[in-house]
Write a protein that binds this ligand. Structure first.
Ligand code: 7TS
Length: 435
């Protein structure tokens, strides 16, 4: 065996993670994973929806409330200074995490959805007009579709959608042909949530830039699983959510190039985003505060900082490699099961495995898997156009994080077999489910 996560000489299926990645030690950092559900050990495979939280992240939030709670950017008193220091330290942490050129380019928002809405409203208000075009793809989450539809409707602009092939990969030739002098922005996901496809975003960005078109990358499913370097990518905007990165809900990040953010009008008006206000004229604050109206999610930001520290202590390269290992094992195991169709078979994938079972509705499968202690998502994953493209109403989706194990992949396979047994039709009539 050449794979670093397999002990040499072990057979597939009996493989053990090697000492290079001690998943059991990692699991001990996540209190929620220690529980049983419906009498079975919890197998949490819904990480694309939200991830579980390490103890250090929970401690950081608690410590903030116990010791430092105060509003930021406004107090002369010590607690406010401490809260501000902690809050702003996370901005620097995020800057380094993404390798942004400046901390002014890091805007705290509620999550990926708000980040995209911010760009659609602010960039859109200033730079998009009648007859202009916005390019997205056929594999986007609704939050990277609907804000652009709303903008296009308001501005009488046109939304163009890059199609995908049957494996769930973008058709790059079609994309290249779509770019033209009316294109104002390209907004594409880094990793597709319903398919797992990892898009060639460097190529996508370079192509757009040849036409002078800025690119927003939806990193909701990428930032927790792959190293991201916004300067190397040269993307213009990058968005991600804290809760998918082992941090709290209600906090996320919009990275934007300083030059673009400077040229954009504020998204919301209120406190903190102004330098001075009179009834005649308001002067807006500098970046990044121009885009952070109102009291921010201070505790959430501090929690995000702790989760970034945690993820970096494990190492994103190691995380990506381990999750690839889990994905490969799970894909191979599901391919070996009759009656299973995997949706999303791109060459480059992250740890998302979407599938359907012959003759069984995904919601029924999800319910039975839940009774086995296995948490998966069953539904359209807020990506209805993807479901339409593949001709299915919904899929079952197992999505991995670095605390998942090979034993959990085995549990999923056993769970699927159980679902198929429950729904097996009787051999004589082929219709009823009595055996
Ligand atoms: N973009 C992608 C690619 C996503 O997967 C999601 C959430 C979002 C944007 C929105 O993120 P939010 O944090 O602002 O809600 N995806 C999912 C999912 O796949 N299942 O539940 C949420």
């Amino acid at each position: 065996m050449s794979h670093p996560f397999l002990v040499a000489g072990t057979a597939r299926g009996r493989a053990k993670p090697a000492a290079t990645f001690d998943v059991h030690r990692i699991r001990a950092d996540f209190p929620i994973l220690q529980q049983r559900v419906h009498g079975k050990p919890l197998v949490y495979l819904d990480n694309a929806a939200t991830t579980q939280k390490p103890q250090v992240m929970l401690d950081a939030i608690r410590n903030y409330f116990v010791h430092d709670n105060a509003n930021v950017h406004r107090g002369v008193h010590l607690l406010s200074q401490r809260a501000t220091q902690h809050y702003e330290a996370v901005r620097v942490k995020v800057q380094r995490f993404l390798n942004a050129a400046s901390e002014k380019e890091i805007i705290f928002v509620r999550g990926t959805t708000e980040a995209i809405n911010l760009v659609a409203s602010s960039y859109g208000r200033r730079f998009v007009g009648a007859g202009d075009e916005i390019v997205i793809s056929a594999m986007e989450h609704h939050s990277n579709i609907v804000p652009w539809q709303m903008l296009c409707e308001e501005k009488e602009a046109r939304l163009r959608v890059v199609p995908i092939n049957d494996d769930g990969e973008l058709l790059l030739d079609e994309y290249a042909r779509m770019l033209n002098p009316r294109t104002r922005l390209v907004s594409i996901t880094h990793v597709a949530n319903a398919l797992g496809t990892v898009n060639p975003i460097k190529q996508i960005i370079d192509l757009a830039h040849r036409h002078g078109v800025p690119v927003l990358i939806d990193g909701a499913q990428a930032a927790p699983h792959l190293p991201v370097d916004v300067q190397a990518l040269d993307c213009d905007f990058y968005a991600f959510s804290g809760h998918k990165l082992f941090g709290p809900t209600g906090i996320g990040v919009l990275y934007g190039k300083e030059r673009l953010l400077e040229a954009m009008p504020p998204y919301q008006g209120g406190g903190d985003m102004i330098r001075s206000v009179t009834f005649e004229k308001t002067i807006f604050n500098d970046l990044p505060y121009k885009f952070e109206a109102g009291t921010p999610h201070i505790a959430g930001t501090i929690g995000l900082g702790a989760s970034i520290d945690y993820v970096q202590s494990v190492g994103l390269e190691a995380i990506a490699a381990y999750e690839q290992f889990l994905l490969r094992e799970a894909t191979e195991a599901l391919r070996g099961l009759p009656g299973v169709r995997i949706i999303g078979t791109a060459r480059e994938k992250a740890g998302v495995l979407s599938f359907v079972l012959d003759g069984i509705h995904p919601h029924d499968a999800g319910t039975i898997l839940d009774m086995e202690g296995i948490a998966v998502r069953a539904g359209h994953h807020c990506a209805q156009p993807v479901m339409d493209r593949f001709g299915v109403p919904a899929t079952i989706r197992a999505s991995f994080a670095f605390y998942n194990t090979l034993e959990e992949v085995d549990a999923l396979v056993r769970g699927i077999r159980k679902v198929q047994e429950v729904f097996a039709t009787c051999p004589s009539c082929g219709i009823c489910t009595s055996k």
